[in-house]
Design a protein around this ligand. Structure first.
Ligand SMILES: [Zn+2]
Length: 221
């Protein structure tokens, strides 16, 4: 694993120790939504990014999610466009399930990207193209996110991980992706928000966390 990804994961684990009640509640709601849709014959899962991923959520925070689903209509291209009927149905169902929450527990969900696991499955069967960005994105979200309904896709990750050449290429791609991410003001600002939330709970920011954060933000891929 490259350095940058390693620092990111270390940092995430340190923040996760502060997992707030709101983060856990959101995880639970998303878990129920994934289970309900899976039971209806639409197997879905999420990788959570953003504040839930770091365990530090306020009642007003959005949930930044990657949707993992299985769409036969777009199994060949791997990309489900916004008009994909499966995706539209799944999104509507997810919103409907979220709306059932009482006002004080409701939150907004932001679906940042979608991975068609059917395409991944098919690629593995037919032999993976080691330069395929759709595969890299799937691996990247698994490495950096917080999984909901993990059993739906973890076996594909395991199979891909056996391909050493693919994983080497993915490592380079992931460092570049993370490096450009580190330098975005939004990402840097997120950490100040997380730190403020910890401090506002009357806690001191641990020295090792502050050091890890400094190290991470100064990293180059
Ligand atoms: Zn589709």
């Amino acid at each position: 694993m490259n350095n940058l990804l390693h620092h990111y994961l270390e940092l995430k684990n340190k923040y996760r120790a502060y997992d707030t009640k709101d983060a856990l509640k959101r995880m639970q709601t998303l878990r129920l939504a994934a289970q309900e849709l899976t039971e209806k014959g639409y197997p879905i899962a999420f990788e959570i990014l953003g504040s839930i991923n770091f365990g530090i959520v306020e009642p007003s925070s959005d949930a930044d999610c990657i949707l993992l689903h299985k769409c036969d209509l777009h199994a060949d291209s791997g990309e489900c466009h916004p008009h994909c009927s499966n995706m539209i149905f799944e999104k509507e169902e997810i919103m409907r399930i979220l709306r059932r929450k009482p006002e004080n527990e409701s939150f907004r969900i932001e679906l940042l990207d979608t991975v068609n696991v059917r395409y991944i499955e098919k690629s593995i069967e037919q032999g993976v193209d080691i330069n395929d960005e759709r595969i890299y994105r799937f691996l990247f979200y698994r490495n950096t996110g917080r999984p909901v309904n993990r059993p739906q896709f973890i076996k594909y990750i395991r199979m891909l991980e056996e391909n050493t050449e693919l994983m080497r290429r993915f490592g380079d791609w992931a460092s570049e992706a993370l490096e450009s991410y580190i330098h975005t003001p939004r990402h840097r600002f997120s950490f100040s928000k997380y730190n403020e939330r910890i401090i506002s709970r009357g806690l001191n920011l641990p020295v090792d966390l502050a050091q890890e954060l400094k190290l991470y933000l100064e990293q180059k891929a």
